[in-house]
Design a protein around this ligand. Sequence first.
Ligand code: ARG
Length: 467
Amino acid sequence: MKMWGGRFRQTTDPEFQRWQSSFDFDRRLLSHELAASRAHAQALRNAGILSSDELIAILQGLEQIGARAASSPIYLEDDEAEDVHHFVQKQLVSLIGEVAYKLHSGRSRNEQIATDLRLHIRAGIDQLQSDLAVWLDVLLERAGQAQDAVMPAYTHLQRAEPVLVAHHLLAYVEMFLRDSGRLADCRKRLNLCPLGSGAVAGATIALDRRAMAAELGFSCPTANSIDATSDRDFVLEFVNALSLIALHLSRWAEEMILFSSEEFGFVQLPEAYSTGSSAMPQKKNPDLLELTRGKVARVIAAANALMIVTKGLPLAYNKDLQETQEPLFDAVVTISGLLPLVSAWIKAAEFNYGRMREAAETGFMNAWAAATYLVHRGVPSSLAHEQIGMAVQLCLEKGCGLDGLSLEQLRSLNPVFDKDFYACLQLDSVLAIHDVIGGTAPGRVRQAISDAKQKVEAIREEIHVPA
Ligand code: ARG
């Protein structure tokens, strides 16, 4: 039996029926639908709508549905089910008879789908937080292993200043820590229970909404039934947070692609995560990284789709909202598929520290340190900048580095230059002068690694383990 057939004289067009059905994709909400139904059934019992026996029969039926779905995927092949809510009702009726129809007393699918989606995202966030923690662990492990290895840092993709490889990895750690924070914020905001909101105006039976919320681990009931049944902000917020994760992964992947090219040669592609060419026998291609970069498109597209679907909707529930599900599911599947793979990739990749050091030693990346030498001797910064710029020009003409200029040549630019100037040009001294919080001086970087490890531990402690 349909959930709404009574007032219709004509049968539904089968083509339309199939087309508007969401069971193909909302079946993944089944466990949440069952949990929410259990909470609703309890509330119906407390409101005197169900007898104890009826409650027991319903709860047992719901449990059986869950067990069957878990043990045989064919159980979910049901062409007649309009959506996951209808599927559960149909199965419950076939298991326990007409008493099953009592479960829908006082509730609407509008509040059910709003509840299921919140539960789905909440579980998704918990899983993603643990995947992010693993990814952060691996980044930090690599940062620790890199010790005092150096590489060039780029601005405008031109060599800028030498940094520790660990410092570069820590830049990504910061991005993903922020991503984790966004997910935590989103979880807090979405953790409210729509059950009892009815179709739009609130349940028609005096249900204990606080009890239902507590039963499902929500912090409290939603405050307004019109909003609760039509709100999908939490879906948008979540998928936008996923877009940022995708974006960060994509930027990282792009760098690894560049760094693994012959031209950079900083990173050796791990064979287990690379592919060959069917034409060019010598090729080893960074497909994992390229697909990571490519997949950001679908996550951003999902975030866009969600905004477009919801932007013109009058209050409250409209069927358009069904279209928010697939972009959401696709975005979660995409990111949760990516995180374990990038973690495995970076674990297996080999860094060519020798090449990185060579690159860090050339390109006048000690020029700012050289200017700072003058600043410490009282030269106004802009004049120091100008004079070192002229020194660089001289080097370019002579084909040497700043340390290739004689003291005489240097003194022709500014008489304060002395023999100790040459020491300040060395890579180690250049790194050491960036001795500020967040800078690349080795001691600062070691501290940053240990601070970040603590933040990852805090993420782990906050992860909600399903009851
Ligand atoms: N499958 C529907 C959705 O995802 C469930 C809610 C249906 N509500 C309704 N009034 N037709 O939005």
